[in-house]
Design a protein around this ligand. Structure first.
Ligand code: XLS
Ligand code: NI
Ligand code: NI
Length: 435
């Protein structure tokens, strides 16, 4: 029995179409900058929000209507859910999905039982992947929900929690490899602290570094050659998460000699929690060669926590796509780490949410491509830094200029060349021209 019987495969109908369940911008075969939209955007649906989200919040009970799900923690229910998930992926026409080990299969009474449950569901995932051609963007282990991880996993004060987490990652890497996953993600979960006076920060970070090296070693052993991704987030659940933003993550990866196989998975809502624009985080990771993938969502600036909403802001998505076109995304993707609101409880809302998200990113892609084709911002930047193209600027960039040389230069010249306007408002107006 289909899970979404009243929904047909979503089709591209063009910008004038008024059907809310049609794409107005996402035409997967349309070529932009030499590649199809499908190849650029590499859309992915997340299992946790879309198939495990219940709508419960600290003030209220679950609200979601999910007729295919009997609400039990049985393997059979997990397998039914997997089939419903692939029906949604297919009807949306997304090429990828992503999961945590514990989203797809129930945790058992022991580690061995959990592994067995996972294997049973993975067999269905494998079958469904083959049937539909939908691929796994990334797998990840949930190292934060179970109470054993209350003090963290790899950074726990309890060495047994570290060991359990290691065992879980080992299994999840095997499963990710079996399913042909293109990446493997570590989001810090509870890797952080609540009270520094009870925390040995150095020891915890050393353990985290060792943990990642163990993952790399095991990946090599089993022949998993996907990219490892760290997902920065500054707070929630702990008050300080070690992977607080792109810069902190990159510094950590360098300090522990991990930059070769690791990149970053940047999430919009996490960027804003860190006090950054998404574009900043992407640009920071991008110019360091560390941009791996994105978790596509948005927060609500009036709420201020990780609300994980679907992004429908054309400006936001255009700015994101501008950076993604600059640095490239593959083998990452645009992964909808987003959930429908508690009040949007019907199955069809899952389609409204994803169709809107996909369309807004497709539109952002076109806006970004138009901006790049026009080259006005590039020209502005080039001109803005032109003092570095010759004279003292070029000498400094070439290296070999020291402070006495700068002094001699300035003593002779007397005063700097006049500054030019930053043209903030002109730049904002210019951006609007492409929307
Ligand atoms: C939580 C994170 C999480 C990761 C996967 O805030 O966004 O969903 O993407 O563990
Ligand atoms: Ni995320
Ligand atoms: Ni998040």
């Amino acid at each position: 029995m289909p899970a979404f019987p009243e929904i047909e495969k979503i089709k591209y109908e063009g910008p004038d179409c008024t059907d809310p369940l049609a794409f107005r911008w996402y035409d997967e075969g349309e070529v932009v900058e030499g590649r199809t939209m499908k190849e650029h955007l590499r859309f992915s649906v997340v299992y946790w929000h879309t198939f495990r989200g219940t709508g419960s919040d600290p003030f209220g009970a679950p609200t979601m209507l999910r007729p295919w799900d009997d609400g039990s923690e049985s393997v059979e229910n997990a397998c039914n859910r997997a089939r419903a998930a692939f029906e949604l992926f297919e009807k949306l026409g997304v090429p990828f999905y992503a999961f945590h080990d514990r989203d797809v299969a129930p945790e058992g009474a022991s580690l061995a039982a959990s592994n067995k449950n996972l294997d049973a569901v993975v067999a269905v995932l494998e079958e469904e992947q083959q049937r539909t051609g939908v691929k796994l963007l990334w797998g990840t282990a949930n190292l934060f929900s179970n109470p054993r991880y209350m003090h963290g996993a790899a950074t726990s004060c309890n060495a047994d929690a570290f060991a359990y987490a290691g065992a879980q990652v080992k299994k999840c890497l095997e499963v990710t490899k079996r399913l042909g996953g293109e990446n493997y993600v570590f989001w810090g979960g509870r890797e952080g602290y609540q009270n520094l006076n009870g925390t040995d920060m150095k020891r915890e970070l050393d353990h985290l570094g060792a943990f990642f090296h163990m993952a790399l070693d095991y990946a090599k052993q089993i022949g998993f050659d996907g990219t490892f991704l760290i997902e920065p987030k500054p707070k929630e659940p702990t008050k300080h998460q070690y992977d607080s933003d792109a810069a902190a993550c990159i510094n950590f990866l360098r300090a522990y000699d991990l930059t070769e196989r690791f990149k970053l998975n940047i999430e919009t809502n996490h960027a804003t929690l860190a006090g950054h624009e998404m574009q900043h985080e992407l640009e920071y990771a991008g110019h360091q060669g560390m941009l791996g993938s994105i978790d596509a969502n948005t927060g609500d600036l009036l709420l201020g926590w990780d609300t994980d909403q679907f992004a429908t802001d054309i400006y936001l998505c255009s700015k994101i796509m501008l950076v993604l076109l600059k640095y490239g995304l593959s083998p990452g993707g645009v992964n909808f780490d987003a959930k429908v609101r508690r009040e949007s409880f019907e199955p069809v809302d899952l389609f409204h949410a994803h169709v809107g998200g996909m369309d807004t990113f497709a539109r952002g892609l076109k806006v970004a491509a138009a901006i790049r084709a026009d080259g006005q911002f590039d020209k502005f930047i080039q001109n803005r830094y032109s003092s570095w193209d010759s004279g003292i600027g070029a000498k400094v960039e070439a290296g070999g200029v020291d402070l006495p040389a700068l002094e001699a230069y300035m003593l002779e010249k007397g005063e700097i060349d006049p500054n030019q306007s930053g043209r903030q408002e002109m730049l904002e107006n210019l951006f609007n021209r492409y929307i």
